[in-house]
Write a protein of this length. Structure first.
Length: 187
């Protein structure tokens, strides 16, 4: 008897852990609050009576609120419910936009053409809807001239101002100065 009880507890815990709803014979409660297939309240009934009602209508009994006292169950077509739920999840995944963070590294003594090339890359990333992380790494005695790095960052932000705005201002973190640019919304 004890082993069967432990087995049942493990099985119930597994059913809750997978976030699947309990259906039909998986519902072990004595009394439940029942909702009909059209959303009408049928009151508190015994589980076996609710199961009989569901079988008569050729539908499933699904526990939708296990934490309530007594638990709330609904009579519904579970297969149709799962299908509609998966359709909604696919639609939500299709509509979401994933923004990536692209990194551009500058140096303290960057030349004009190199600077323009990096600005071109940043503009391309920003028009694609991505965020841009601009960083300057200071080496050796360059740490004494962090104000020059700040000037380069400001100049870079001004050059990209048409396509993006500064999300996080330039900040010195260790030997690197970092700034984030965010894409401007399309008009």
């Amino acid at each position: 008897m004890l082993s069967a009880l432990c087995y049942t507890k493990k099985w119930r815990c597994f059913a809750i852990a997978t976030k699947e709803l309990q259906i039909n014979e998986e519902i072990r409660d004595k009394e439940i609050r029942l909702i009909g297939e059209n959303g009408e309240q049928l009151g508190i009934v015994l589980t076996r009576n609710a199961m009989e009602m569901a079988v008569e209508k050729n539908l499933d009994l699904v526990k939708i609120a296990p934490q309530a006292a007594p638990p709330v169950c609904r009579i519904m077509d579970y297969g149709k419910y799962r299908f509609e739920q998966s359709k909604r999840e696919k639609e939500a995944r299709k509509n979401q936009k994933v923004t990536e963070i692209k990194e551009i590294r500058l140096s303290l003594n960057i030349d004009t053409h190199d600077f323009e090339t990096k600005v071109g890359h940043a503009k391309r990333f920003l028009t694609g809807g991505d965020k841009v992380k601009v960083s300057i790494r200071f080496r050796g005695r360059e740490m004494a001239h962090s104000n020059l790095g700040l000037d380069i960052m400001k100049r870079f932000a001004e050059a990209c101002s048409e396509f993006g705005s500064v999300e996080k201002v330039p900040k010195l973190e260790g030997r690197s100065m970092i700034m984030f640019l965010n894409a401007k919304p399309a008009k």
